[in-house]
Ligand binder design. Structure first.
Ligand code: DX5
Ligand code: ZN
Length: 229
């Protein structure tokens, strides 16, 4: 994984057909996805439940790009090795998930993965001020985590603050929640480079009609890059 700040679209398979993850992952990658975003929920840190490390390991052979795993679980530390074993490229933990995010980020890197830290909408940018050299990605939640298809919450000033705190460090800013062609330009202009999108990518398509995924991905990317159709 080399570092760059170009816009990357990371479809969230939370909006895919849960009976057909392998083909769904292949379809979004063939249609231009840069990363594959995988939402792990535990029914405790967030009020919804998805899948765990065994399922993520089963997704791995289908992911040819970057497997970006977003943990919405607490605690995190007992599961880090299982996600490394599953073949995770980027493992992101929430700063709100426990008292020792500094230790968690160290452990994620020590297990051989890129380390991400996610911030809920109510958590300020300053919360990561002492973590910038321990992290490879900061995920700014633009919805309260737990469900796809929610309304975008404007976090533009937080994104700008993070972008300036990051400076020249090779740290991605990822946006998660409510990203579509109307909100993508706001977050891209503020300094984000990884755009997660669930409903806006999968809307209207299927593995039998994958061109729709391609058009949806292109529309988000073009909007983020300031290309107006
Ligand atoms: C929300 C998840 C998101 C979600 C985004 O808790 O972390 O990744 O799938 O879905 P959309 O793009 O539909 O808001
Ligand atoms: Zn997510």
């Amino acid at each position: 994984m080399s570092f760059d700040r170009s816009i990357k679209i990371a479809p969230s398979i939370l909006s895919a057909d849960f009976a057909n993850f392998g083909q769904e992952i292949q379809a979004i990658e063939a249609q231009g996805a840069d990363w594959v975003h995988i939402d792990v929920m535990d029914g405790h840190f967030v009020p919804n439940l998805t899948f765990g490390p065994m399922a993520v390991k089963a997704f791995r052979p289908h992911v040819k790009t970057v497997m970006d795993v977003h943990l919405m679980i607490a605690p995190v530390d007992p599961y880090i090795d299982a996600y490394a074993d599953a073949g995770t490229d980027v493992l992101t933990a929430h700063i709100e998930a426990g008292p020792h995010i500094h230790r968690t980020l160290q452990a994620i890197r020590a297990a051989g993965m890129k380390a991400g830290v996610a911030l809920n909408p109510g958590t300020p940018a300053e919360a990561v001020a002492h973590l910038l050299d321990l992290t490879d990605l900061i995920c700014v939640m633009t919805v309260n985590p737990g469900f796809g298809g929610q309304k975008f919450i404007d976090m533009t000033s937080k994104i700008r603050g993070l972008r300036s705190m990051i400076g020249d460090r090779p740290v991605h800013i990822e946006i998660d929640g409510g990203v579509d062609p109307s909100t993508a330009p706001l977050v891209a202009e503020a300094g984000a480079d990884v755009l997660v999108a669930g409903s806006a990518v999968f809307k209207g398509g299927s593995v039998n009609d994958p061109d729709v995924y391609g058009a949806n991905i292109r529309n988000i990317r073009d909007a983020a890059n300031g290309v107006w159709a």
